[in-house]
Design a protein around this ligand. Structure first.
Ligand code: HEC
Ligand code: HEC
Length: 418
């Protein structure tokens, strides 16, 4: 019986993926929060890389002068190393010129700005008076008093960004750009070209971060090391704040830690489903998935993705897709594209200006491990999160509003199973 229901669940999966991605017959990416490698690296290499990911940095080895936390794991662990956390990062900026039209989303922690004019990233003011211009990420910690960052009234756009899980990201990295471009054509989402930092002059379609700011896990690792922890590395050699708190002049990451971070992340399995065990509940999940598809949620929350074949050269030749990653199907429930669903925070990162109020479709895999929802942590329940879906998601949200209670319960059973 269980087997039969699982098969019908799978056929639903395939039904939706018929949108454009043909996954039929391809093996599934391995799932689990068990700390075991997905096969891309040996267990020994993954464990060694995890040790670096969980290492606590000190000012003596490069932490700061400004930072947000002391190790990758501090913001990336839930149920297993590689999860998310409740950390809410702080971004800011303002608009120059043009008309400021303020948009207030009822459940938003911060005002949002749907303004015309040009976005300008914030200028942080250090306690010692130094100005740090053109930086939307405001670091909330410092290794000495002089470097504590503050904002001025001028930077009136304030945004929170919740930490993201990393499970399965090695598979996401190996999705061909062409897949994301085709999806964008189909559902109106925006795919942006972002630099592959480790390959001078090479770009690829962004898929990581709330703003799709990176395409490569190695690029993200270098960026996070310098921006979250203040640890300079071969990809990001400049700190945002220099000359204070016993400044270090040499490059901080001399051991190639960023490669270890990438190795660890590329070894992680995808998040496992949280499927109920009894048959009735399992059939409710399948029925709820049908509701999810019927009301248009799957347009953006794309169920199935397929990685490039084993041996494909990606990211400008810097990565060859290994057999453990290549030719697999997996189920992120995201198109990894940017959309304006009315929750935008006005901040521009690696994309063009029109991305100011867009966010990446949050992948719904692992949803059952999340307590606060949406980029700003502004929603706590499925209903709250869904009711904030407007603009590009208006049609789906209206259909949700009109669901019968029984259908809503099924939809929530499905969401809870992710
Ligand atoms: C202070 C908390 C914090 C620390 C420390 C931190 N991160 Fe993150 N991480 C975040 C937040 C918040 C996001 C979402 C950021 C965004 O997109 O604006 C994120 C996103 C990511 C993502 C994108 C995941 C995805 O699927 O889109 C990767 C990869 C990542 N971090 C890797 C790292 C690595 C590697 C380190 C250590 C060098 C690290 N992070 C340190 C908070 C942190
Ligand atoms: C037009 C694209 C689009 C459609 C259609 C859409 N979503 Fe979303 N969804 C998004 C984006 C973008 C986000 C992230 C928004 C943010 O964080 O501000 C999101 C976030 C979410 C979240 C929060 C997840 C988390 O972990 O924070 C849930 C739950 C969700 N969507 C469910 C749904 C459901 C259910 C439907 C159908 C009623 C739906 N979505 C339709 C684009 C869409």
């Amino acid at each position: 019986m269980r087997m039969f229901l699982l098969i019908s669940l799978l056929s639903l999966v395939c039904g939706a993926s018929a949108l454009i991605i043909f996954a039929g017959g391809l093996p599934e990416a391995p799932a689990g929060f068990d700390g075991a490698t997905n096969g891309a690296t040996s267990q020994g290499d993954m464990d060694a890389a995890r040790d670096v990911f969980t290492e606590i940095e000190t000012p003596q080895v490069g932490l700061g002068p400004v930072y947000n936390d002391v190790s990758c794991v501090a913001c990336h662990q839930n149920q297993a190393v590689g999860g998310a956390s409740q950390t809410l990062e702080f971004r800011a900026g303002h608009y120059d010129g043009g008309r400021q039209s303020w948009r207030r989303d009822v459940r938003h922690r911060f005002d949002t700005n749907g303004s015309s004019g040009t976005y300008v990233a914030a200028t942080a003011v250090l306690a010692n008076g130094m100005l740090i211009p053109n930086r939307s990420l405001i670091n909330q910690r410092a290794t000495c008093a002089a470097a504590q960052e503050h904002l001025t009234n001028a930077d009136n756009i304030r945004a929170g960004r919740l930490s993201l899980p990393i499970f399965g990201d090695g598979f996401v990295e190996a999705v061909p750009d062409a897949t994301l471009l085709a999806l964008a054509k189909q559902n109106g989402g925006e795919a942006i070209q972002v630099p592959v930092v480790e390959m001078n002059g090479v770009t690829a379609i962004g898929r990581f971060g709330w703003k799709d700011q990176h395409a490569s896990l190695l690029s993200f690792a270098g960026d996070a090391y310098v921006n979250e922890m203040g640890v300079t590395n071969s990809l990001f050699q400049d700190e945002s704040v220099t000359g204070v708190c016993a400044p270090q002049t040499q490059l901080n990451d001399t051991q190639g830690d960023i490669n270890q971070f990438a190795t660890f992340m590329r070894s992680l399995k995808v998040p496992p489903r949280n499927l109920p065990t009894d048959a009735t509940a399992l059939s409710d999940v399948a029925a709820g998935q049908a509701v999810f598809e019927k009301i248009g949620c799957a347009t953006c929350h794309t169920e199935t993705m397929v990685t490039a074949p084993t041996g494909t050269s990606i990211l400008g030749g810097s990565l060859i897709v290994p057999a453990a990653i290549g030719g697999k199907q997996f189920h992120p429930f995201s198109d990894f594209l940017l959309h304006d669903i009315g929750t935008g925070d006005g901040i521009v990162q690696n994309g063009p200006d029109d991305t100011a109020n867009k966010l990446r479709t949050m992948p719904l895999w692992g949803l059952s491990t999340r307590t606060q929802l949406m980029h700003d942590a502004g929603s706590a329940t499925f209903t709250e999160a869904i009711e904030r879906h407007k603009r590009e998601a208006t049609a789906a949200e209206r259909k949700f509003d009109r669901l019968a209670d029984t259908e809503r319960i099924l939809l929530f059973a499905f969401l809870g199973s992710l």
